[in-house]
Design a protein around this ligand. Structure first.
Ligand code: AHR
Length: 490
């Protein structure tokens, strides 16, 4: 029997709702077809946005959406995407499939999408191939309420009032597709570009995000903190989970047990990454003023057969649900420093939450995990500890992970993942100094290779979980293999 202790007396950090954010790039069928079909489409839409997808994303409770990239951000020139659609420039999406980008989804459409979903906007600027002036004017166009060339242009294009840009990214992956810069050079560029990201509207500060490290590149974080910390609000981190390597990533739906466990172990590397990047940030910023922003994470497999290799379309099995559950538990546990995270990506690309096929749509296992975990949003993280087996002899990857939080009414939320393919675990949960009156639970579980198809959309879904008994200070539950569960404890 595993012991699980939750300590409501140990109130740690606030779990920012933006940890449950997503990312949507002009890549493959994410924006076009995925969310935007245009007003003339036979697919039911409101101002060009798919009704079915928007309502699913709303229901999932997306707090914040990152756009327009990704690598695309550093070749995106925002003025190409405003004004009458017929006049908008067509360009080649050089990073993603070499297809024509007609710019019919631009700044106005992005904010329309955010409004329809009811989420905040995270706009990523272009440092790699754009100018300081271009970035500065974009911010002016989006956020300035007074009289200026850019606010007049916005009004001419039909939007009187400015929008709220909560987060602004100063470049993306500038160590790679965003310009192959060295950290010293980027730190200087960041300082220069960020200077012209103006806060126009009094106390509405635009939160600036500096491009952060590629996975294990700790030197990047070190240099950025040393040279630019005083001007950074959030420093990003990108990490993808590949069962194989970049040449042969592995398949999304067909994999051996070994590949499954490798995926889980590689996903759990996120814990080490977050911890070690945070240690560096803390050396320069012990007051915790600079946040860590994990604005790209998730699984990356070989594309589905017969699809454009540049479109990064992959299916999603219960293995992805485990990756999501484990990763979100890690983020919750590090919410003292992580303010936002954005899974890559939202629709039809990489570890999506929604897949579409023409007018059809399905929810992936990852969708169900996000919907389940949103109960943690804005709660306070609690001290908690769960005993566990490990995948390897050197105890690198726990089979079970958990996180626990409490809301303002004193209701405790706990999420637990069991990555074992074969073992169910009996878990004895005890909540310190707490008289448990009621526990409700739900679960996503099944065969690791289960996934939802357009013919059968409910193979993987959330169901009520009842395999537990109440004790006076907690419960004893039998968590099945390959599962993610949530317990609401009152
Ligand atoms: O999410 C796909 C790509 O992965 C993004 O465009 C880029 O930032 C990263 O390399």
């Amino acid at each position: 029997m595993q012991k699980y202790l939750i300590n409501p007396n140990q109130k740690l950090s606030k779990i920012n709702k933006d940890i449950y954010g997503t990312f949507s790039e002009h890549l493959g069928r994410c924006i076009y077809e995925g969310v935007y079909v245009g007003e003339d489409s036979p697919i039911p839409n409101v101002k060009g946005m798919r009704k079915d997808v928007v309502s699913a994303l709303k229901e999932m409770g997306i707090p914040v959406l990152r756009w327009p990239g990704g690598c695309f951000a550093d070749e995106y020139h925002w003025k190409d995407g405003i004004g009458p659609k017929a006049d908008r420039k067509k360009m080649i999406n050089t990073h993603w499939g070499g297809v024509v980008e007609d710019n019919s989804f631009g700044t106005h459409e992005f904010f329309e999408l955010c409004e329809q979903i009811g989420c905040e906007a995270y706009v990523n600027g272009n440092v790699g191939s754009g100018t300081v002036q271009e970035m500065s004017e974009w911010v002016e166009y989006m956020t300035f309420d007074g009289l200026s060339p850019m606010s007049e242009l916005r009004k001419k294009n039909g939007r009187e009032k400015p929008w709220k840009v909560k987060y602004f990214g100063v470049g993306n992956e500038n160590w790679g597709c965003g310009g192959h810069m060295l950290p010293e050079f980027y730190a200087d560029q960041y300082r220069r570009y960020e200077t012209f990201v103006r806060d126009y509207n009094g106390n509405e500060h635009i939160y600036r995000i500096a491009c952060g490290a590629n996975a294990f590149d700790y030197n990047w974080t070190e240099v950025l903190m040393k040279k630019a910390a005083s001007r950074i609000n959030g420093l990003s981190l990108h990490y993808y989970t590949l069962p194989g390597d970049w040449g042969n990533k592995g398949k999304a739906t067909e994999y051996t047990d070994d590949e499954y466990y490798t995926t889980i172990a590689k996903c759990y590397k996120m814990e080490e990454l977050v911890r070690r990047h945070c240690e560096i940030i803390s050396r320069y910023d012990p007051e915790k003023r600079v946040d860590l922003i994990v604005d790209e994470w998730g699984t990356w497999y070989d594309v589905e057969e017969g699809t454009n290799p540049g479109f990064l379309y992959q299916q999603s099995t219960l293995r992805d649900a485990l990756v999501a559950g484990i990763t979100l538990n890690i983020f919750n546990k590090h919410s003292d420093r992580i303010r936002m995270a954005n899974i890559a990506q939202t629709v039809n690309v990489l570890q999506s939450v929604v897949l579409t096929d023409g007018e059809d749509m399905l929810l992936t296992p990852t969708y169900h995990i996000f919907k389940m975990y949103k109960s943690h949003a804005e709660n306070t993280l609690l001290g908690s500890f769960l005993t566990t087996d490990y995948l390897e002899e050197n105890k690198q990857t726990p089979v079970l992970t958990e996180s626990a939080s409490i809301d303002e009414n004193g209701t405790i939320v706990s999420t637990i993942s069991n990555a074992s393919l074969t073992e169910g675990y009996e878990i004895k949960c005890q909540v310190a100094d707490f008289e448990v009156k009621e526990v409700k639970a739900e679960i996503v579980s099944g065969n690791a290779r289960d996934y939802n198809t357009f013919d059968n959309k409910e193979v993987v879904k959330t169901v009520e979980f009842t395999d537990f008994t109440l004790t006076k200070d907690g419960f004893v539950a039998k968590l099945p293999p390959c599962s993610v569960a949530k317990f609401i404890i009152k």
